[in-house]
Write a protein that binds this ligand. Structure first.
Ligand code: ADP
Ligand code: MG
Length: 542
């Protein structure tokens, strides 16, 4: 039998494939299963337009079988199969995708759910196998063919026998080397885990013998493709637990189904408790990313803005342009659109939680509020619109969380500013001499007890056209009482000069103040940087 050579380009490509396209060897199984699923889909799409063909989904499946003795791994499918010509064209020419051609042929009408497009996935089998044998019988043909290759040195095709339409691919798994073991690809539990990880939502059953019993490994219908009305809170909780997003229960889930310029489905969770490493460098944000039900990335950071980094969950889209290894995305335009969309959905979900389930929101805020405030401060306040309505502070009026909107909506008409005071704790702030004047006026005072608070608010500058004012800053805008008369200043001139001398280098001036009621002295600042901010800035490493 004549041995055919891969085209020269193909040889080089195959070499590249085996050595550098994929970072993880285990994905070969994802690629072969995706091809099997595509092959079944093709029958399904054909049946849509061909009345002679019936598609009874119970007849279609994918089977994975490992033989430890022979060191073989076999993937069988009941898909459309390949003719001799297909074997030659699709497996003989690397980077030629029969699935892409099929998609083009059936342009836009159907077939857009097919996974394949690059025509390289098949060759990933050579990362773990010395020899790959494909026996295939095409739909509508009696004759089967066998394609076989040991990699770069070419392939053979010969007529073969096969009882049913479909494809059987057998990998001769490599022997272990000094630095690499391939045994795991013959181990049923390991294979099961790989299938679960990447191919759980393949639409056809993937069967395998595990401990002497045939099991269907994949769950097939992804929960995110189901109708929201069919799903219960328990279903969402189960999915959260199954995906090991966290060990707690989610506080809230968001199920998104968007069709349009970009099409995607997503299930997002707002966790109930803070991950132990949340406010550390080790914490990594991100959502799982699926393309057409196949897992592409475990943690896609670009899908979440930092201020919503606490959100867990997944996104599935068929509008992504993947790169060849499907480990990265080729263009991020679609991804950016999805990310933007997701951020606004999270925001509106948080706003409705705030409006309708205040207690839940406060619970959430106690865990992740700091991150929201951090979001206001970072990127020079670019996320102002998204975040200003979500932040809360304690206040003098209610001794509980207050939003800026609540504060402003109950300000007396003559009140000029949104007043706040900073300190380590509410108790300490309440002892500050400067607070008295404001509270005596009947004005509400926000308590800033978190380092980030004042920085965040400085980025906001105003809320609903009201400026923020630290009670220890110079001009409080509380007229009349505010300015000291010249006579009074003169009267104590000598005393002030003496005090200033004593406190040289610590204060820049000593003056009479009408701001005090029951306290003899207070510190105040002029300019933009307040005492609390100075403290934080001084504590920062240079
Ligand atoms: P892609 O899936 O991106 O098209 P692959 O290298 O994975 O590229 O596969 C190349 C082509 O080989 C496919 O497009 C398809 O036409 C054919 N093929 C591979 N596996 C099968 C299979 N199990 N059944 C039928 N055709 C297959
Ligand atoms: Mg493929």
């Amino acid at each position: 039998m004549e041995k055919k050579q891969f085209q020269a380009e193909s040889k080089r490509l195959l070499d590249m494939m085996i050595h550098s396209i994929y970072t993880q060897k285990e994905i070969f199984l994802r690629e072969l299963i995706s091809n099997a699923s595509d092959a079944i889909d093709k029958i399904y799409y054909k049946a849509l337009t061909d009345s002679a063909l019936e598609f009874d989904s119970t007849n279609y499946w994918i089977k994975v079988a490992a033989d430890k003795e022979r060191r073989t791994l076999t993937i069988v499918d009941t898909g459309i199969g390949m003719t001799e010509e297909d074997l030659e064209n699709h497996l003989g020419v690397i980077a030629k995708s029969g699935s892409l051609a099929f998609k083009k042929e059936h342009e836009a009408k159907e077939g857009h759910d097919l996974i394949g497009q690059f025509g390289v996935g098949f060759y990933s089998a050579f990362m773990v196998a010395d020899r790959v044998t494909v026996i295939s019988r095409a739909l509508g043909s009696e004759q089967a063919y066998k394609w076989e290759s040991t990699g770069a040195d070419g392939y053979t095709i010969e007529p073969w026998e096969k009882a049913d339409v479909g494809t059987e691919i057998t990998l001769q798994i490599k022997e272990n080397t000094e630095d690499e073991s391939y045994d795991e690809y013959l181990d049923a539990y390991r294979l099961k885990a790989i299938i679960k990880k990447y191919s759980d939502f393949i639409r056809y059953p993937i069967r395998m013998d595990v401990a002497g019993e045939e099991q269907t490994i994949n769950s097939m219908v992804p929960i995110w493709r189901k109708n929201k009305n069919e799903l219960t809170a328990e279903d969402y909780e189960k999915f959260y637990a199954e995906k090991h997003y966290r060990f707690d229960k989610p506080l809230k889930h968001i199920h998104i189904n968007v069709e349009g310029a970009v099409t995607y489905q997503s299930i997002l969770y707002i966790p109930e408790t803070i991950p132990f490493d949340y406010y550390t460098k080790e914490f990594e944000k991100g959502l799982e990313l699926y393309a057409n039900g196949v897992l592409i990335m475990n943690r896609c950071a670009d899908l979440l803005p930092d201020h919503f980094s606490f959100v867990k969950g997944m996104v599935d889209s068929d509008s992504l342009s993947l790169n060849i290894s499907r480990e990265m995305l080729q263009h991020d335009r679609q991804l950016k659109l999805i990310a933007k969309n997701i951020a606004s959905k999270i925001k509106s979900q948080l706003l409705s939680l705030l409006k309708d389930e205040r207690e839940q929101y406060e619970k959430f805020y106690e865990s992740f509020g700091r991150q929201l405030k951090y979001g206001l401060y970072s990127d020079f306040g670019t996320h102002k619109e998204a975040l200003q309505d979500l932040v809360m502070f304690h206040s003098s009026k209610e001794k509980k969380w207050v939003t800026l909107d609540e504060y402003v909506s109950r300000m007396p008409e003559e009140q000029k500013y949104i007043y706040y005071a900073t300190g380590d704790s509410i108790e300490r702030i309440e002892k500050l001499p400067q607070t008295e004047l404001v509270t005596d006026k009947g004005y509400e005072l926000l308590y800033f007890t978190d380092d980030i608070d004042e920085f965040a608010i400085k980025m906001l500058m105003t809320y609903k056209d009201k400026e923020f004012k630290n009670v220890s800053s110079g001009d409080l805008g509380i007229e009349a009482d505010e300015t000291e008369s010249e006579a009074e200043q003169q009267e104590h001139q000598e005393l002030f000069a003496h005090m200033k001398g004593q406190l040289a280098g610590k204060v820049s001036n000593v003056r009479a103040s009408k701001r005090l009621k029951t306290h003899p002295v207070c510190l105040s600042t002029e300019g933009d940087v307040t005492i609390e901010m100075e403290k934080v800035l001084n504590a920062m490493p240079n």
